[in-house]
Ligand binder design. Structure first.
Ligand SMILES: Cc1cc2nc3c(=O)[nH]c(=O)nc-3n(C[C@H](O)[C@H](O)[C@H](O)COP(=O)(O)O)c2cc1C
Length: 309
């Protein structure tokens, strides 16, 4: 079984990847998406979203990170994919799942799931441009409004040469609302041959086992579940004890050190509140802590509250 840490824009940045991969259990990570419109982006854009590129594309604990691209222009995506690889990305991932609306007349993400041919063209162009020893992968939802093209889309991605495909088991319209339709991944799996990574709504070991059974996939990708339970990958992989609230609090303090030091604290107050929002799914104490820091805007004040017993 492989466990991948899901890309999450504005949430799973390099500091969060560092922390969660240190906690352990992840085989690889995917970055927040890099939006590609009509140019070859400067290296600094890649380094900003993926500072691990300065360290051979590895998190400090040695887990490989793959840059994700989002866009609609096959040639520009191909050129930027080559750049990501040259800078040290461990393969490149293509985003066909993002629900965001058109930006700067540029499409990308889930809207492309309405156009099977467009998916094929993008994956083929990127696959042709990227040297074969590097993986080209994709991440899709089951569809835009409905699931009628789910299998065709996955087959197009496969026949265009993708090495693997992560599937978030919902349509764009279904958003993030439970349930995730894992059995649909199973249907796709029966009609494709590349490795498929099942994603969506895995919050516990029981969910992971059910997801694996219904999707017929060994490999899984964890997003919000890993933020709600930082050692979820270890719990799933080796039946580790779920982290106690005390352990989570220690992690919050470590993270505070990273955030304040790493990004000069600009994002810290929002990031820590956002993370507590995910943690409260598993830990009622997180809600309480959130209420205590909600009105605070200074990093030092927030850390002082975290340090209280
Ligand atoms: C805040 C947020 C940001 C996300 N950003 C991305 C992204 O940049 N690229 C992507 O492919 N998916 C993105 N996703 C989707 C997740 O990778 C994942 O497919 C989804 O959350 C379902 O998995 P989960 O139930 O384990 O969270 C995002 C999801 C959330 C909630």
């Amino acid at each position: 079984m492989k466990i991948v840490l899901a890309p999450m824009e504005g949430v799973v940045d390099h500091l969060m990847r560092d922390m969660l991969t240190q906690v352990g259990g992840f085989d690889s990570c995917v970055t927040e998406f890099v939006r590609v419109v009509d140019q070859l982006l400067p290296s600094k854009v890649f380094y900003r979203l993926c500072p691990e590129l300065h360290q051979q594309g590895l998190t400090p604990s040695g887990v490989p990170v793959k840059v994700q691209l989002l866009g609609q222009e096959p040639d520009w995506l191909a050129e930027n994919a080559v750049r990501a690889i040259e800078l040290g990305s461990h393969g490149v991932d293509l985003n066909f799942g993002c629900p965001a609306k058109t930006v700067n007349k540029s499409k990308g993400g889930a809207v492309l799931l309405k156009e099977t041919e467009a998916l094929y063209k993008i994956v083929s162009a990127v696959r042709k441009a990227v040297p074969l020893e590097h993986q080209v992968t994709a991440k899709m939802r089951l569809g835009f409004e409905d699931k009628s093209l789910a299998i065709e889309n996955a087959q197009a991605i496969e026949s265009a040469g993708a090495n693997s495909l992560a599937i978030h088991a919902r349509t764009k319209t279904e958003g993030y609302k439970p349930p995730a339709y894992w059995e649909w991944i199973g249907k796709i799996r029966q009609q494709t041959h590349i490795p498929i990574i099942a994603n969506g709504e895995i919050w516990s070991k029981t969910d992971a086992t059910l997801c694996q059974q219904r999707s017929q996939c060994d490999d899984i990708m964890l997003g919000r579940g890993a933020l709600a339970m930082p050692n979820l990958a270890q719990v799933i992989r080796q039946d580790a004890q779920e982290m106690t609230w005390e352990q989570v609090k220690a992690l919050l303090l470590t993270y505070s050190g990273y955030e304040i030091f790493g990004d000069k604290g600009r994002y810290y107050p929002n990031r820590i509140k956002q993370w507590l929002g995910y943690l409260k799914v598993q830990y009622p104490q997180a809600e309480n802590l959130f209420l205590r820091i909600r009105a605070l805007t200074k990093s030092a004040d927030i850390v002082a509250v975290l340090q209280q017993p």
